[in-house]
Design a protein around this ligand. Structure first.
Ligand code: HPA
Ligand code: ZN
Length: 318
């Protein structure tokens, strides 16, 4: 189960295991995306972010009802509890469901019901509404408008999907609106995109955490800034290997980020696709990078520190 930790970078749709894809297809009377679980899993060999996203969006077509979103999140929280997770801030992609005719209420109420039940597993949870950066900003603004009745269930907004060619600068207005509504802000940046996108996320979107951010290492002045301001990075080691940002876990830059004094956390991203949940990522960096127990304890403490929990709850958990 490992050390108690928070998970701050997990896409709930990325926890959709192949078995659940088939169960939901059957329950909803819709076609499954492959002939068998084995055939589906065999497609999980990715050449980069775009090739993964194509499978990720295709599979989520089986998510239709509030019960489906509940069952998806309940399965994640059960796995997370086994992995030592005590707090989770979970991304969801409403535009990917709205475009299929699934309402915001269906998505948020299903996820929120599972989050409430997770309290019995010793997990507190918040939802992060992500905008799809490869869709127009007007579509993001419409998603935020539709989320207004559910703001008490949403802790932050985020920015995800295909990064290259879709800089944060396109989403200044919708992030400003979200911050005015009292939501926190995070964004994927520096996963496949350049360090400049990390700067834009900080300066233009005013994000409080950077999701991934590993390419910041190409820019020493940016690294100095991330250190000075203690901007948290939610790093996802197994994801970076499976999406070919690094060849092997032993070459992952996590130790360099830690040596630079950055507030780094370790997370699973899309665990149903990338070969492991959060404790599996901790185990992978321990064996693949030779991190010590003290390093792992620091990463776990960072995960609470970087969360949007109230300070008194952070102190309790660290
Ligand atoms: N990166 C960007 N967008 C995403 C990811 C990811 O790893 N997973 C789901 N949406
Ligand atoms: Zn991600």
């Amino acid at each position: 189960m490992g050390v108690p930790k928070a998970e701050l970078h997990v896409h709930i749709e990325g926890t959709l295991e192949p078995e659940l894809v088939f169960d939901l297809a059957r329950r909803n009377g819709v076609p499954a995306p492959a002939a068998s679980v084995e055939e589906l899993r065999a497609r999980y060999r990715f050449t980069g972010l775009r090739s993964f996203l194509d499978v990720y969006y295709a599979n989520m077509a089986v998510l239709l009802t509030e019960q489906d979103f509940h069952d998806l999140a309940a399965a994640y929280f059960a796995r997370a509890a086994e992995q030592g997770v005590r707090h989770a801030e979970v991304f969801f992609d409403p535009q990917a469901h709205l475009s299929r005719g699934v309402s915001m209420a269906t998505v948020v109420q299903g996820l929120a019901a599972a989050a409430d039940e997770a309290r019995h597993l010793g997990i507190s949870a918040g939802l992060i509404l992500c905008f799809l950066r490869d869709e127009p900003a007007a579509s993001a603004a419409e998603a935020l408008r539709l989320a207004e009745p559910f703001l008490d269930r949403i802790v932050a907004v985020g920015l995800d999907s295909a990064e290259a060619g879709h800089p944060p600068s396109g989403f200044v207005d919708v992030f400003a609106t979200a911050r005015d509504m009292g939501l926190h802000a995070v964004a994927h940046a520096g996963e496949e995109g350049p360090p400049e996108y990390v700067r834009e996320a900080l300066d233009l979107l005013r994000v409080e955490r950077v999701d991934h951010g590993v390419r910041s290492l190409e820019d020493p002045a940016l690294i100095a800034r991330l250190r000075d301001e203690q901007v948290p990075l939610t790093v996802c080691p197994l994801s970076n290997v499976r999406l070919r940002s690094v060849d092997t876990i032993s070459e992952h830059p996590l130790p360099r980020l830690m040596d630079e004094g950055l507030l780094v956390t370790v997370n699973s991203d899309d665990p149903a696709y990338f070969g492991g949940y959060v404790a599996d990522n901790f185990a992978a960096v321990r064996s693949g990078l030779g991190l010590s127990d003290a390093d792992l304890r620091l990463l776990a403490a960072n995960s609470f520190e970087a969360s949007f929990l109230p300070e008194d709850r952070k102190t309790e958990l660290i």
